[in-house]
Design a protein around this ligand. Structure first.
Ligand code: 6PG
Length: 220
């Protein structure tokens, strides 16, 4: 499914509405809503918009799709981006916030996060798209075959920040009930030419996802 919005602001409002609808549906059906948020810059406006929505945060569990191996106070931290955009503005039980511990050695952080994933599947996973076709922290050079639930990777040489990463693996991503990939900005367009040539880019391994574009990124 593909949705195109005039601006990132319009996309963010619709994404927040979808988040609210999916959360209420999951909580009615299963008593909780498990969501993995995306990092990078694209989703920040979505998380800022979510602060203006009525949500049962007591029953919502927040995870991350990936994290940079830096402390949670570091400006490069995906946790810090979500904390500043959303978490510090809502009343959510600390036990519902499942941070990837970027301050740990990558192998330790992977092991710690695997233990935090008690659920069978996420209700929703937010994903971004890097200019090299990566998503979460699954890069073209990452071990794309293995089906680890959580793994550590290292970014493509020209991609900042050049620090080790922790990422959910494709097995967990593709098991999610709903996957929403957010793509904004003209700089993302060239990726679709490569995908059109059937390049086996990481994003191409995410199946049955919803694609959300703004006008600048959308191609006809
Ligand atoms: C990260 C993200 C990454 C991001 C893409 C797009 O840790 O960097 O999780 O997967 O989604 O790199 O980043 P932008 O949204 O900043 O373009």
């Amino acid at each position: 499914m593909k949705k195109v919005f005039a601006t990132p602001t319009d996309l963010a409002f619709a994404a927040a509405q979808s988040f609210q609808a999916l959360a209420l549906e999951a909580i009615t059906a299963r008593g909780r809503f498990d969501v993995a948020l995306a990092g990078g810059s694209t989703p920040k406006i979505i998380y800022q918009t979510l602060t203006t929505f009525e949500l049962p945060w007591q029953q919502i569990h927040i995870f991350w799709g990936d994290e940079r191996c830096v402390p949670p106070t570091d400006a490069r931290s995906n946790y810090l981006m979500v904390q500043q955009a959303l978490l510090e503005k809502i009343l959510i039980p600390p036990a519902n916030v499942h941070r990837m511990q970027g301050e740990l050695e990558p192998a330790m952080a992977v092991q710690a996060y695997q233990q935090q994933l008690p659920i069978k599947q996420f209700d929703l996973i937010h994903l971004g798209l890097g200019t090299d076709g990566h998503t979460a922290s699954l890069f073209p050079a990452s071990p794309l075959e293995i089906s680890d639930s959580v793994l550590s990777t290292f970014p493509t040489p020209n991609l900042e920040p050049q620090v080790p990463r922790i990422s959910l693996g494709f097995s967990v991503i593709n098991a999610a009930r709903v996957k929403q990939i957010f793509v904004t900005g003209e700089n993302k367009r060239p990726i679709f030419e490569r995908l059109g040539n059937n390049e086996d880019l990481p994003i191409a391994r995410v199946i049955n996802a919803e694609w959300w574009f703004d006008q600048a990124a959308a191609i006809d």
